[in-house]
Each structure stands twice: as C-alpha cells, then as structure tokens.
Design a protein around this ligand. Structure first.
Ligand SMILES: [Zn+2]
Ligand SMILES: [Zn+2]
Length: 171
C-alpha cells in the first residue's frame, strides 16, 4: 500500500488522512503457520512537523490460527495503534537530531507494507488462546474439554503433593 505525502510534505503544519486496505497474504510465509483471514486495513494521520512527518496509525486485520491450548480453529482479530516518524531523505538533518527508528523515505509516494508488517509482527501474541476460560485437552485421553467431559483422573505431578500423598498412605 502506498501513501502519497506530496501535499502534506510541502505544507508546514499540514495534516493528511489515509484509509488503505490491502491483501497481505504474500507475507504469510514469514508467519509460522498463521494465515490472514482478512485484508489489512491501515488508517493514518500524517502531520508535517517541519523536520519530519509524525504518523499516527491504526492497523486492523484478522488471522486464522489454532488455539494453543485446545487446538480448535480460531479467528484472531488484531488491532493495534502505533506512532511513527517519517523523515524525507532530502531533509538536511544533523545526525544527532535523527532518531534511530525514523523511517527514511525518498519519494513522495511511500510504500509502507514492510513498515506495517513489522508492527503486526510486534503485536502478535506468543500464543493464541480461544478464550481465557479454555479448558484445553485432557492430558490423559486427549478430548477437547471445552466440548466433552471425561472421567479421567489426573496423576499428581507436583512433587511436594506427591510426598504428601506418600506420607498419608503410611496410616
Ligand atoms: Zn482453546
Ligand atoms: Zn480424559
């Protein structure tokens, strides 16, 4: 997706808004088994601060994945906000003034897909869970305990409780 900053860049204190949408499935190979269930929507507010452009962005999309606990298929909606600093390569800027994370652009039309994908990766959780109440799989028989109940008795695995069990058997 491309953002054209021609106008806002030449207009001191100018503000521009963009509402963009694009299919990001080309990035799925970098996502460890996650796939997009919706296009990526990006809303941006770009403000000309003189030496740089301040970008406030909102990113929305949905992923198709599995619950890490019960393995059910789930749709995971992702929504994130971010702030970015875009600096035109031609703006004469002292090294020390330039923040390390600044995004340097050379042309008025800026391709932002890579920049947006970075934000998405940062915002993804380590593990997806279908709900905070997910009961997971029974470690004995493997049924999904959200859908089925089973009669399995779990072995005590906590060594302190195992010692207690040994001790109470002595009577
Ligand atoms: Zn689950
Ligand atoms: Zn079971």
């Amino acid at each position: 997706m491309k953002v054209n900053v021609a106008q806002v860049r030449r207009n001191e204190n100018g503000i521009a808004h963009f509402d963009l949408e694009e299919d990001f499935s080309a990035y799925e190979s970098e996502l460890n088994g996650l796939s997009f269930a919706a296009p990526v929507r990006v809303q941006l507010q770009v403000t000309n601060l003189g030496k740089s452009l301040l970008v406030l962005g909102k990113v929305q999309t949905k992923f198709k994945t599995q619950c890490g606990c019960c393995l059910d298929d789930i749709i995971y909606p992702l929504e994130l906000s971010y702030e970015d600093e875009w600096v035109y390569g031609g703006m004469a800027m002292a090294e020390e003034e330039q923040s390390e994370s600044a995004f340097i652009f050379e042309k008025d039309e800026i391709e932002i897909n890579e920049r947006i994908f970075e934000q998405i990766v940062l915002a993804l959780p380590m593990r997806f869970i279908c709900s905070p109440e997910c009961q997971g799989l029974c470690p004995v028989c493997g049924v999904n305990r959200n859908h089925t109940s089973c009669e399995c008795v779990l072995e005590q695995t906590d060594p302190r409780l195992a010692a207690l069990a040994q001790w109470s058997k002595r009577d």
